[in-house]
Design a protein around this ligand. Sequence first.
Ligand code: HAM
Length: 427
Amino acid sequence: MVCMAEDGKTFSAPKGTKDVLPPESWRWQRLTRLAMDMFAKAGFAPIITPDFEHTELFERGVGNQSEVVTKQMYTFADRGGRSLTLRPEGTAPVMRAILEHGLERGALPVKLAYCQTMFRYERPQKGRTRQHLQLGAEGIGSENPLLDAEIIELSTRFLKTAGLDPLLLLNSIGHEDPSCRQGYIKVLVGFLYEHSAQLSSEDRQRIETNPLRTFDSKEERTVAVMRGAPLLSDHICSSCREHFEAVQGALQDVEVRFEIEPRLVRGLDYYTRTTFEYQVEGLGAQSAVGGGGRYDGLSEALGGPRLPGIGFGLGLGRILLALDASGAAINEFEGEVEVYIVALGDRAERAALKLATELRRSGIGADFDLMARSMKGQMKDASRSGARWAVILGEEEMTRGTAALKNLGTSEQTSVPLGDVAATVRA
Ligand code: HAM
């Protein structure tokens, strides 16, 4: 049903967005808490950046050639005439915040984690929405390959704890230098011109603007050509190669399994050296539940000092779709109400508010009825709430100062003094 006003106007969520309602919303909350706690235990402090930034931050940070910037940004002029953009990704804002507040002058690496909404104007389909929630972590200020392994182990462990067994694809795309990636790009451009007649027209246009992206093309003709393309991994410089070997060794030390994918380029222009992506089956075209990589030149692109870093972003919506598709038994989470108070009559209702407050103040989740429903109706709500206990307050109990405490699992019922409910439940 959609809401309709008197004048016939209807309201629904904008295209490409969705409401997350209970019980599904419990899963979102459970996973975001799990992630942020796990990241915190590895030393990543939470950061919250604004939902919109100056458009130039993304143009310079994410890159003028990336599809995110050229096609997907929600950009608007505010009433003061500034060009602002809803955050399409989290890394450039985190780097901006670090530089703006001088966090790089403290202990390095700066380790930050976020759970924030991203906005991208994309054609909606399964696993692809115009607003998505991303869990991410960034380690900034070190080139050490152990940091790469730390970051990749963390995201892998989170996905596994969430219940997935994704394929981790790993690559190194070298760095911006004629001896490394720039040299390779010349070779690649030469190859693409040689085969331009076989490429799709869109991919042909990319030869000059973003040749690496041809590896990501979904066009069958291009995919066939790219099978024979020269590989970046054969052209990266010796220092990037050594770095990549050290990353692989460190991942083996911590028993993280990966597959080298020399065609993995990823879509954001800031990436250097290590790149990685998590793939799952059953999601169709949107098979990446997350990804990340190094961005050793991002700080300088934003006018900062040299500040190499690496991070990841995981799409919560895709993780949940992947869990559903995997057929893994979903541990349905039904909220935090442990005690449901069934109140019959005005006197009992007032006592229910008092008792619920007392329980909540002592850390026990509690809820009660406010709709003067029948005993049967309230008992139904009690089991729907997921509570383990029902406390029944009727006229008789009010007169005696007691409560009937029912274990909703075993249906056992006992009478306890009203003042002892919290202690009994806790015991
Ligand atoms: P990304 O690969 O563009 O990387 O996005 C990360 C993840 O966000 C994707 O793997 C996917 O799960 C989810 N995602 C992206 N777009 C959508 C969409 N339209 N609908 C639903 N889910 C989506 C980044 O954004 C980088 N900032 C990650 C990173 C952090 N790299 C280094 N540090």
